[in-house]
Design a protein around this ligand. Structure first.
Ligand SMILES: Cc1cc2nc3c(=O)[nH]c(=O)nc-3n(C[C@H](O)[C@H](O)[C@H](O)COP(=O)(O)OP(=O)(O)OC[C@H]3O[C@@H](n4cnc5c(N)ncnc54)[C@H](O)[C@@H]3O)c2cc1C
Length: 414
């Protein structure tokens, strides 16, 4: 395993840090103020995006970017520290056209869009002119098992007619969200993993409505986690992405990169929380000692550093594997980071909140929002239990391959 970053990536890390320090972090307060006042996208977002693009800090996430496409074709390994840097502020990734759910959607379109779909949707997404959402989860079925998805996609002449209800659809409230990639059932009689297909649905298609932006732990995201109603939405059959019955397999292809990007951002947020905790612990005194001089706080700091490094190394290994053998062969590692990183994030941020005292729970510190992000990632993109189940199944399968090997290690007579 080799986690050395290329010279280009090291240079990009330096430039991205400088850009964040000079242009993005100082705008965090204005961003919060404008969003609170209902201004969204914020007034300076377009200028920041243009500046980032002119400096070559654009589309940093797509390893197979073609030479004529804007951005950098970085490996997943080289992208990891960049995503960490951007991830520290929840809104920063958009500045560099690297935000969820667009990154996963662009990867998906890059893999499966036909030339017309490429022109209509992927080009403006790569240019940062539009945003997109991915609509799979439904209120009426347990959606952590994607074979339950019930939205109906019916053929009608040259069209598909789509009916169903989706919820928690991230990004659908963004005013520039123009595309929903909708997953539904095209053939209810097919094998469970061949029933679903994906269709590209313009957000302004008649019959598609955003019913509400659902708050998550009482926090309303301006991009939204929305409930969508699709009532007899008619689109051309040319809007099918990939083939009929390939929706399940494509969803797996999309979720690999999407999950690792989330984990990279989470590592950045955990790093920020640890830094805040260390600074606060050196500023406040109780019972004659700085907080970090109390053994328990010192232990929280040390435990957090250990856990962060373990998680970061697993993410880097996963990125390295995706680069070498592809997301499918790295399925176990992707499941592991998805189960490990958000839990690590919430543990570290919880310690930071405790170190901050009351301020840690207030809007004056970013910790509540960062904790909320880690907490929702334990459900979004598949709950922990589904990933742990996948890991356990692989372990049992591997154990069966050389079953009986442990007998020689037991201190038991045959
Ligand atoms: C903030 C946020 C953003 C989201 N963004 C999107 C989006 O953009 N697009 C989209 O389509 N979806 C999105 N989702 C939805 C998310 O992917 C689903 O909520 C998730 O897959 C779980 O589905 P469910 O809510 O139907 O839970 P259910 O399937 O009802 O599961 C409930 C619980 O059952 C348990 N469980 C499930 N399977 C097992 C098992 N095998 N063993 C043991 N326990 C199990 C888990 O604890 C799970 O949390 C988002 C969710 C959140 C919270």
């Amino acid at each position: 395993m080799d986690f050395a970053f290329t010279p280009e990536a090291l240079e990009l890390q330096r430039r991205l840090r400088d850009f964040m320090d000079s242009h993005v972090v100082p705008r965090n307060r204005p961003w919060l103020k404008e969003v609170a006042a209902g201004v969204y996208p914020v007034s300076f977002m377009a200028d920041l995006k243009a500046l980032a693009r002119s400096e070559g800090l654009w589309n940093l996430f797509l390893p197979h970017l073609r030479p004529e496409e804007p951005g950098r074709g970085l490996s997943n390994l080289d992208y990891a520290p960049l995503a960490e840097i951007m991830g520290q502020l929840p809104w920063a990734s958009e500045v560099f056209n690297c935000s969820a759910p667009d990154t996963g959607n662009m990867e998906l379109l890059h893999l499966f869009a036909n030339p017309a779909q490429y022109e209509q949707w992927l080009k403006p997404l790569l240019a940062g002119e539009i945003r997109s959402c991915f609509a799979m989860t439904e209120p009426d079925v347990a959606s952590s098992d994607a074979t339950n998805i019930a939205t109906v996609i019916e053929r009608d002449g040259d069209d598909y007619v789509i009916s169903g209800r989706k919820w928690f659809i991230t990004g659908a409230a963004h005013p520039n969200c123009k595309l929903a990639i909708v997953m539904g059932v095209t053939d209810p009689d097919a094998d469970a993993h061949r029933r679903q297909s994906m269709v590209l649905v313009p957000m302004d298609a008649p019959g598609l409505s955003v019913v509400r932006n659902i708050s998550v732990m009482n926090h309303v995201s301006p991009d939204g986690h929305c409930e969508l109603l699709l009532r007899q939405v008619r689109v051309s059959r040319a809007n099918l992405l990939g083939g009929e019955g390939e929706g399940f397999a494509m969803a797996q292809a999309r979720l690999g990169p999407g999950r690792i990007h989330h984990c990279m951002r989470s590592i950045g947020q955990s790093e920020l929380a640890l830094r805040l905790m260390c600074e606060r612990a050196q500023e406040r005194k109780t019972f004659g000692k700085y907080l970090h001089e109390h053994g328990v706080v010192a232990e929280w700091i040390a435990e957090s550093r250990c856990e962060l490094e373990q998680a970061r190394l697993l993410v880097l290994k996963t990125a390295w594997m995706i680069d070498r053998v592809g997301a499918k062969a790295a399925q176990r590692e992707i499941a592991m980071i998805k189960a490990v990183v958000p839990r690590m994030q919430t543990r570290i941020i919880d310690r930071a909140m405790q170190t901050f005292g009351a301020m840690g729970l207030s809007p004056d510190a970013p910790l509540v929002d960062l904790w909320g992000h880690g907490r929702f990632l334990r459900i979004a993109d598949g709950p922990d239990q589904v990933h742990l189940r996948a890991i356990a199944r692989q372990e049992i399968k591997a154990s069966r391959a050389d079953y009986g090997i442990s007998a020689a290690f037991l201190n038991v007579e045959a």
